[in-house]
Design a protein around this ligand. Structure first.
Ligand SMILES: Nc1ncnc2c1ncn2[C@@H]1O[C@H](COP(=O)(O)OP(=O)(O)OP(=O)(O)O)[C@@H](O)[C@H]1O
Ligand SMILES: [Mg+2]
Length: 495
């Protein structure tokens, strides 16, 4: 078949099918084919490029002239442009600059002769994404086309996501149109396409897990598993066998070997939640796994290769933990390749009505009438600081729907703390009354109120911490951490 090296002489090529300039070619691979336009005055190079690109599955057009190239570009969408830069002429560079301006989505590859290195630099400066020096091999042409095609596909995906965002109220299951969220979606739509580790940071309930799921859902391996691990609630030995797997007899009860999540993800995503809770020993093992891209199952002597993408999340200040020596610096840098910081809800209050409407819609499914918020209830929600962020908002709405006697949720249906705030604001509207009110004289530090709320919830629920956390609108890890901070070992006994 074709020689591996192209020269600019017709004689160097075996006979190829004749190529009429502007005629479409294609290898008929069946998948959606990218359009490629080859522009080169040399018939031999042109027809060889056409032949090979068509065999690679591109839909190819070719022409010898810049003028006709312009016409072809106007006439049909062109994904890739392979353009020769004639020696001692700026025509090719002019075309590149023009295309970059008129059709910014077209990926441009410049072909230069080996004697003109400056031309390649100039071509890149004008907007070419890549270049190829003549003579080139089949492999080189194929690699350069592949790279350009990948860029085109990634950009097209990101564009589709951005477009969907423009039309929707959020990204996927994520709701919110504040400037902070728009910025997050833009980064997310890019990040999803890559396979770098991502570190998701944010206060409790800001949507870290939802973001991790969204990255997975919009990534190239969305059909592969998404496997979450809660590093905060599992004991270290369990986390190790969960992540790395174990062999038969590794410990009592290990009756047969089991793959770890890194292996069973099969190229999907492993979500390491509450990564800040990982012990130093496990941090070292995780680092080794990420560096070497293989793991050693518990009790095994062999290593197993892994391909999973890692998304980690925490509400702790990992950088501060690194300073203190409780989190490994090298692991921090490895996980922190891309970091997404989720804004707390109080910093994007304009999203509260949208989020509330979203949760109300969900609660209204199967109901004869749609739930809605009274003006006073919504005003109170807009003023609240939401320490438990979106989870607290979601729980408040679920509770209000459960307590309300009709489809309109009133101030009285909201959690007590919110009701109190709503009432305080109402009272503050008549200052004299507000000062005289017993509420104003009973002000307590927030930390005391929080401790009281947590203890009361756990006691009223006979010690059910999970349910208490849910009703309080905080994660269970946060609840455990707070109990620790208050020095409470037994919430049913301690003060
Ligand atoms: N932008 C959003 N739009 C709609 N729902 C959201 C959004 N962000 C979070 N939620 C919902 O809020 C709840 C809490 O989100 P998630 O569990 O992802 O938060 P988190 O940051 O992981 O919390 P924690 O730190 O407590 O583990 C979930 O039910 C999630 O579906
Ligand atoms: Mg979480």
């Amino acid at each position: 078949m074709l020689e591996t090296v192209f020269h600019t002489s017709v004689m160097d090529f075996p006979p190829l099918p004749t190529t009429t300039p502007g005629q479409a070619h294609g290898a008929g691979t069946g998948k959606v084919r990218l359009n490629l336009l080859v522009v080169d005055a040399d018939p031999a190079v042109r027809s060889a490029c056409v032949e090979i690109a068509a065999q690679l599955g591109y839909q190819v057009l070719s022409t010898a002239e810049m003028g006709q190239a312009r016409q072809l570009l106007r006439g049909s969408a062109t994904d890739l442009l392979l353009v020769n830069l004639p020696f001692q002429s700026t025509q090719g560079l002019e075309l590149i600059a023009e295309i970059k301006l008129l059709y910014p989505d077209t990926a441009i590859i410049a072909m230069t002769s080996s004697t003109s290195v400056n031309q390649a630099v100039e071509a890149m400066r004008c907007g070419a994404g890549d270049y190829m020096t003549k003579p080139f091999t089949v492999d080189e042409l194929s690699a350069v086309l592949d790279r350009a095609a990948e860029r085109v596909n990634v950009d097209a995906e990101a564009r589709k996501l951005r477009e969907r965002l423009r039309l929707n109220q959020g990204l996927g299951a994520m709701v919110g149109r504040s400037a902070e969220m728009d910025k997050l979606y833009r980064i997310l739509s890019k990040v999803a396409q890559s396979s770098h580790p991502v570190l998701v940071l944010g206060e409790s309930g800001t949507g870290k897990e939802l973001v991790a799921r969204t990255i997975h859902a919009y990534g190239p391996n969305a059909t592969k598993p998404f496997l979450p691990v809660d590093c905060g609630s599992l004991v270290p030995s369990l986390i190790e066998s969960e992540l790395f797997g174990y062999v038969k007899g590794a410990f009592t009860g290990a009756l047969k070997s089991k793959d770890g999540l890194f292996v069973s993800a099969e190229g999907g995503t492993v979500f390491l939640d509450e990564i800040g809770e990982l012990t130093l020993d496990l941090q070292a093992k995780l680092l080794r796994a990420l560096q070497e891209k293989e793991v050693r199952p518990v009790g095994a002597t062999h290593r197993v290769p892994i391909r999973a993408r890692i998304v980690a999340a925490t509400n702790r200040d990992l950088a501060a933990m690194v300073e203190k020596g409780s989190f490994r610096k090298d692991l921090f840098y490895r996980l922190n390749v891309v970091n997404l910081r989720l804004p707390p809800l109080r910093d994007r209050r304009e999203d509260i009505p949208l989020l509330a409407a979203h949760f109300l819609d969900r609660m209204s499914k199967g109901q004869p009438k749609k739930y809605q918020l009274s003006d006073e209830a919504l005003r109170t929600m807009m003023r609240h600081d939401w320490p438990g962020n979106i989870r607290e908002l979601e729980n408040s709405i679920e509770r209000a729907c459960a307590f309300s006697s009709g489809p309109v949720l009133r101030l009285g249906d909201l959690p007590t703390q919110l009701q109190q705030q709503g009432l305080d604001v109402l009272r503050a509207q008549t200052p004299a009354e507000a000062v005289a009110s017993p509420v104003a004289t009973q002000v307590k530090p927030l930390a005391d109120l929080e401790k009281e709320a947590i203890l009361t919830a756990i006691r009223n629920l006979n010690g059910d911490k999970l349910l208490a956390a849910r009703l309080l609108g905080i994660g269970k890890t946060t609840l455990y951490r707070k109990l620790k901070e208050y020095g409470i070992q037994d919430p049913l006994q301690d003060d």
